[in-house]
Write a protein that binds this ligand. Structure first.
Ligand SMILES: NC(=O)c1ccc[n+]([C@@H]2O[C@H](COP(=O)([O-])OP(=O)(O)OC[C@H]3O[C@@H](n4cnc5c(N)ncnc54)[C@H](O)[C@@H]3O)[C@@H](O)[C@H]2O)c1
Length: 332
């Protein structure tokens, strides 16, 4: 039985607490949060202890730590948790700063306990199915990847100000998805961004609408489109064109009823936002982490994967600011 401490009882911490507690081979034993009442509430729900982050890291009876605190705490907590011999699942992104993430990579390089990064979309059954079909060569040689990722509505402006910007906070999932499906990192990225949804986002120095084009050394191309607003719901579609066909993952919709009349054909909207759309993926992600830690096999999403995606976010941010294509090799 894997005994788990959870750091952060916010939006995503609550999701992870459920996955940890529902798994037959893991048990939530302690929760911390910077706001004590948040930890207390979650601990009461799952009948476990609430204590400080430092106490959880130092506890010899805890085997694994799930980091669900804000992004600017991730590198420090990964270093401290692995120094204490804990296996770690850390939420994306690795850090707001690429330099800090690379420093963390060096610090933990020779430690024996694993770190997995929470790119949950890799565990979505449809997206994992697309990857498996592509790897089996079912559409021949992959040539063009398209990822659409639109949120239903923008986050609060207070969140935008500390998020690190759309490329690090939101498109990072899509950069990782491109790396996952293409099996490689691109050679260069060119990106454009605009704040046409909410001028306040622009005033905060961020964008709410963006497109990035990724070029691979073998000629393949990926295009990622992000928007912070899609009035019809959470729009998540992926399409991979190959020499012998096309693989598509479409939206998961609220229900499967379709109404056809002389006025047209109408179906339900996409499920509302990430907690609903990706709940099976969060559960499968936790199952994969437990399986890797208990069997001693490599975790399926490494810290290196997390740093690769962050370097791409950095490249896209620079490209959107300069209007120039940015080579990944030049991003440091
Ligand atoms: N994989 C995903 O789909 C996904 C979705 C949402 C958020 N995230 C990531 O998860 C992280 C948390 O996001 P959120 O939306 O849950 O934020 P949140 O603000 O809702 O929750 C974070 C919680 O951490 C607490 N906290 C701050 N410092 C702490 C510390 N040192 N130790 C313990 N707790 C601490 C805060 O008080 C807060 O309750 C972010 O890095 C975010 O990018 C990932």
């Amino acid at each position: 039985m894997l005994r788990v401490g959870l750091l952060g009882a916010g939006r995503i911490g609550i999701v992870h607490a459920k996955a940890i507690s529902s798994h037959p081979d893991s048990r939530l034993v302690a929760v911390s949060d910077a706001v004590a009442e948040s930890a207390e509430k979650l601990a009461l729900q799952y009948q476990c202890r609430h204590c400080s982050t430092d106490e959880i890291i130092a506890d010899p009876d805890i085997d694994a730590i799930l980091i669900a605190s804000p992004t600017n705490t991730h590198s420090d907590l990964m270093e401290a948790a692995t120094a204490a011999g804990k296996a770690v699942l850390c939420e994306k992104p690795v850090d707001l700063s690429l330099q800090r993430a690379r420093a963390c990579q060096k610090v933990v390089a020779n430690r024996s306990t694993p770190i997995m990064i929470g790119f949950n979309r890799r565990f979505d059954p449809s997206l994992a199915g697309l990857k498996a079909a592509a790897d089996r060569g079912e559409i021949g040689k992959a040539e063009l990847l398209s990822i659409h990722s639109f949120d239903p509505s923008p986050p609060p402006i207070e969140y935008v100000r500390v998020s690190g910007g759309l490329f690090r906070d939101m498109m990072i999932h899509d950069f990782d998805m491109a790396n996952f499906i293409m099996g490689d990192v691109p050679e260069s990225i060119i990106a454009v961004g605009s704040s046409i949804v909410d001028p306040e986002i622009g005033a905060a120095g961020d964008v709410d609408t963006a497109v990035a084009t990724l070029s691979y050394s073998d000629g393949r191309i990926a295009v990622i489109k992000n928007s912070r607003r899609a009035v019809y719901g959470y729009d998540q579609r992926v399409e991979l064109l190959g020499s012998e066909g096309l693989l598509q993952v479409n939206n998961v919709i609220e229900n499967s009823m379709v109404k056809s009349t002389s006025a047209g054909v109408v179906s339900a909207r996409p499920t509302y936002f990430f907690l609903e759309r990706y709940m099976p993926a969060y559960e499968a992600e936790w199952t994969a982490f437990v399986a890797a830690v208990t069997s001693g096999s490599p975790v399926p999403v490494s810290l290196d994967d997390g740093v690769d995606a962050l370097a791409m976010a950095e490249a896209a941010t620079r490209s959107a600011q300069s209007g120039l294509s940015v080579k990944l090799a030049d991003v440091n």
